[in-house]
Write a new protein. Structure first.
Length: 136
């Protein structure tokens, strides 16, 4: 597990979890896993992936998603965007009618900076409590 992913995960649990709904936390953790958990700042994720997870081409299940309904996921994404925790970039490409267009998701770099107080030379965890309301 990389250091940045670990620091983000523990700080979200320690400092932000109490301010998020259960569904907001599920969506945030899923996006965190598929971005920083794989050493990426962004990832292309469809709502259906957030709902049901990923099944690989060979039929093996990679993950189970959040288990939330589409409407709950959309509400949670909007909540996380309003709290300046998440950034969503819609993908505007021509897709076959039966395919759901994914969006690119990224944790807001300002949120990350406030949460872990990272510097280019060293990651340091800030001891104070982070209130997501302070990010508006």
């Amino acid at each position: 597990m990389n250091e940045l992913y670990y620091n983000l995960l523990t700080n979200i649990i320690d400092n932000c979890m109490y301010e998020l709904t259960g569904s907001d936390l599920k969506v945030l953790l899923y996006i965190l896993r598929h971005t920083y958990g794989f050493d990426k700042a962004t990832d292309e994720i469809a709502i259906s992936q957030l709902q049901h997870g990923i099944i690989k081409r060979d039929g093996a299940r990679f993950d189970y998603g959040t288990g939330l309904s589409k409407s709950t996921i959309l509400k949670s994404i909007n909540n996380l965007i309003k709290k300046n925790i998440l950034i969503k970039y819609p993908i505007r490409v021509q897709r076959k009618p039966f395919r759901i267009s994914p969006s690119i998701f990224e944790l807001n770099p300002i949120f990350i900076e406030i949460l872990i107080g990272s510097t280019k030379s060293k990651l340091t965890v800030r001891p104070q409590v982070i209130h997501t309301g302070d990010l508006y």
